[in-house]
Ligand binder design. Sequence first.
Ligand SMILES: C[S@@+](CC[C@H](N)C(=O)[O-])C[C@H]1O[C@@H](n2cnc3c(N)ncnc32)[C@H](O)[C@@H]1O
Length: 206
Amino acid sequence: MHQKEHWEKVYETKAADAVSWFQEHAGLSLDLIKATGAARDAAIIDVGGGASTLVDDLVAEGYTDLTVLDLSAAALSAARRRLGAREGGVRWIEADITSVDLPASRYDIWHDRAVFHFLTDPADRAAYVRTVFQSVKPGGHVIVATFAEDGPVQCSGLPVMRYRADELHDEFGEAFTLLKHQKEEHHTPSGMVQQFVYCYCRRISS
Ligand SMILES: C[S@@+](CC[C@H](N)C(=O)[O-])C[C@H]1O[C@@H](n2cnc3c(N)ncnc32)[C@H](O)[C@@H]1O
């Protein structure tokens, strides 16, 4: 099945809080974003944000320049419905991150939880990294979380890549400086435990 069809079906048939990756609050993501020290008007993009509650918490924290990008229209609709009147303050982009054309040097913070690990084709990973490099401002912050080396081999029934922090950073290369990495045990709504790794990098200035 085509990737987009897969994700539309997931979000059309499951409640947003029933999917395995659901978090009531994306606590570590929020902490890492706040720890960048970026101003409340910093441009933040949540790539493959799906129906994540991260955007709700960013709005509540006073961040004003927010973009959520996802392949699935159904996922974005679920997030917009949940946000209600506050959804108008967020930019919503329905697109594939491996082929989207994002504005150059637009974002101060790039966030991705559980999307990069679906890119099993090296060409897709290279396209993703090129997009991060061209759309994140020089010196900007990049937070990417994937399944860790001891995480599951599938997510949403699809094969995934698993990474140690150094391996994940290697995918991005020398144009990104790894400043911090952290593992997290995610407890799924059905009671499974999944190991994630979060990498926090900065894009080089030139
Ligand atoms: C496992 S979910 C994670 C959602 C969210 N980041 C979270 O932590 O709750 C993966 C998300 O990535 C989206 N996705 C998968 N492949 C994508 C792609 N190539 N481009 C954009 N979004 C994609 C899916 O629609 C889905 O919402």
